[in-house]
Design a protein around this ligand. Structure first.
Ligand code: FES
Ligand SMILES: [Fe+2]
Length: 398
């Protein structure tokens, strides 16, 4: 029997607007303001702490809007820290490779040496430096916190809110969700669009009936939910989330049918989930035909919990007209070949769907900057977009 779908709306919607003027928002000047008032002040997701399983493990990443290169490392004391990837002598980039494991980091230029807890431990020919105090020349640390294996940073000298305060109610709702998950895909693409439009493309399900009709024609919706309304939709100060309705009558492709006879269901099949095993934040309304959730963590990340897989998508502005999209997908650990094949199949289907999403955001950007659209009109099912612009305007004090 198909469950009827009436959207449960939650959260304060009083300040949301359903008409958003966009032309100015996509300008260079507006972007410069967003960098100062949003990116320099928000808690931002920069990676996955599971990549730092052992003491000394590190990876290097960058935060394009703030033009920062960062070292994310687990020190000898087991603490995860984030440092600017800058040598304190004359400012050369300290680490040039993408990842590794090291007790010490040595600058290639004049060989100053730092511990993986950030202390300056060696200065070559130190006698030639007058008044140099190694204690004050450790690597520059950026405020960071790890939440459910996700590494966040905040570039403020003293963050106005802790990550717990920033995330609010949802902070305690995903406990243990990413445990026993491993990364199964990591890809990146630079798109000619504004970052707001890129985030928006993944924050509503209104489009999937149309834009994804060739790749995953029947993965969502049902005869009693033909427009594929979200069963649950919630907005908060710095987040928005919804649950997507899986189609109980989804017809698997022949390959999908074989894979899932011998493995667990994953996108685009959604059946037989053990809801009791999910943390309360995942599928919050416990919708029976649940497919997956979308959680927009303002400003520029979307996480996608599913029962047997999950994703992190980061949308980094490089400029007002270029966005670096980074996608990481995770799934349960397994050595069974049938599981690995099913996971690979799901990843490929996901990537096909992602390409369809990418295509719209470039053409949409071109149309809007041609001054051809006074307003975007947003429906109730696009409430996460309304909330995105509300959160942005709050920080921009507009
Ligand atoms: S710039 Fe690093 S040691 Fe000189
Ligand atoms: Fe999509």
């Amino acid at each position: 029997m198909t469950e009827e779908c009436i959207t449960i709306f939650k959260g304060d919607t009083s300040c949301l607007k359903n008409r958003i003027p966009m032309v100015d928002r996509l300008s260079k000047e507006f972007y410069e303001q967003e960098v100062k008032d949003i990116f320099a002040k928000s808690w931002l997701i920069i990676g996955d702490s599971k990549e730092l399983a052992n003491k000394g493990d590190y990876f290097v990443t960058d935060v394009p809007p703030l033009k920062a290169s960062l070292i994310v490392t687990r020190g000898e004391d087991d603490k995860v820290r984030v440092f600017r990837n800058i040598c304190r002598h004359r400012g050369d980039k300290l680490i040039h490779d993408a990842s590794g494991c090291a007790k010490f980091f040595t600058c290639k230029f004049h060989a100053w040496n730092y511990s993986n807890t950030g202390k300056l431990v060696g200065v070559t020919d130190q006698g030639q430096f007058k008044d140099l105090s190694k204690e004050n020349l450790g690597l520059i640390e950026i405020h960071s916190e790890v939440w459910e294996d996700i590494v966040f940073v905040n570039f403020q000298e003293q963050p106005e809110q802790t990550l717990k305060e920033w995330l609010g109610d949802i902070y305690n709702q995903y406990t243990g969700f990413s445990a026993n998950r491993v990364k199964v895909a990591d890809h990146r693409v630079v798109v000619n669009t504004n970052w707001n439009l890129a985030v928006n493309a993944f924050c509503e399900g209104y489009h999937n009936l149309f834009i994804h009709k060739n790749t995953v024609p029947d993965y969502q919706g049902s005869p009693t939910n033909p427009h594929r309304h979200r069963p649950y939709l919630e907005v908060g100060e710095h987040f928005g989330r919804y649950s997507a309705p899986g189609n109980p009558n989804h017809k698997p492709t022949p390959a999908e049918g074989i894979f899932y006879q011998h493995s667990r269901p994953m996108f685009p099949s959604f059946a037989h989930f053990d809801m009791d095993a999910l943390p309360i934040g995942v599928n919050p309304s416990r919708f029976k035909q649940w497919a997956f959730d979308i959680v927009h963590l303002f400003p520029n990340t979307v996480i996608g919990p599913q029962a047997n897989t999950n994703s992190i998508m980061m949308f980094w502005p490089i400029s007002h007209e270029k966005t670096d999209i980074r996608v990481m997908r995770f799934s349960y650990k397994t050595d069974k070949p049938s599981d690995r094949i099913a996971q690979a199949h799901s990843l490929v289907r996901n990537r096909e769907v992602l390409r369809e999403d990418l295509a719209t955001m470039e053409t949409q950007f071109q149309s809007i900057i041609s001054n051809g659209l006074p307003f975007m009109h947003l429906s109730e099912q696009e409430q996460l977009l309304q909330n995105h612009y509300r959160a942005a305007d709050d920080m921009l004090k507009r």
